[in-house]
Design a protein around this ligand. Structure first.
Ligand code: ATP
Ligand code: MG
Length: 154
């Protein structure tokens, strides 16, 4: 796994990689719980996460569960289950760092995880892309997932 992470984010200190690996493992460990939920209960996680945020849990605390919710939702709604490497990309974006991923590696799906997590705060999230066509396409395609999870998309 560390080897894979190095490939994705380049050489950086082992400590950072270990922390990323730990978070990915936490997301993975929630897979069975999420896949056991009905669509209704999976979507209901959004309200649950929102109330926990209001009660003082931080977005960082909620990250593993929120990412696991999106992963299961993406699998059900889009037929795409984010790979570990995509989860890593999502964590990096959530931290406000830059993730470089090659053409076709699935950046559109990567974005859904940090977007969902940050929407839990209720503040709204802007996704910037290079042109109107892509903005429309991605908001429509990923919008199915966001709406399934109870968010609204413009
Ligand atoms: N986890 C996944 N499982 C299966 N297919 C996936 C997964 N993630 C992405 N894909 C598919 O891979 C293809 C490329 O994804 P996407 O267009 O998001 O890549 P990209 O990194 O944005 O590429 P580009 O640089 O061309 O914009 C799409 O057809 C997408 O459906
Ligand atoms: Mg793209």
């Amino acid at each position: 796994m560390i080897g894979l992470l190095k490939k994705v984010i380049g050489d950086t200190d082992e400590k950072k990689l270990k922390k990323l690996e730990k978070l990915v493992n936490e997301v993975n460990s929630l897979s069975d719980e999420m896949s056991g939920l009905s669509d209704h209960d999976l979507a209901g996680k959004t309200e649950n996460l929102k109330s926990r945020y209001q009660a003082g849990e931080s977005l960082d605390d909620l990250l593993p569960e929120a990412f696991a919710v999106v992963r299961e939702g993406a699998d059900r709604v889009l037929g795409l289950r984010p790979y570990d490497v995509q989860v890593v990309g999502g964590i990096v974006l959530h931290r406000g760092d830059t993730a470089e991923m090659k053409t076709g590696e699935g950046k559109t799906l990567v974005a859904t995880m940090p977007v969902y997590l940050n929407a839990i705060s209720g503040d709204g999230v802007h996704v910037v892309t290079v042109n109107d066509y892509l903005a429309r396409r991605d908001s429509e395609q990923m919008g199915e997932l966001y709406r399934f999870l109870g968010l609204t998309v413009g």
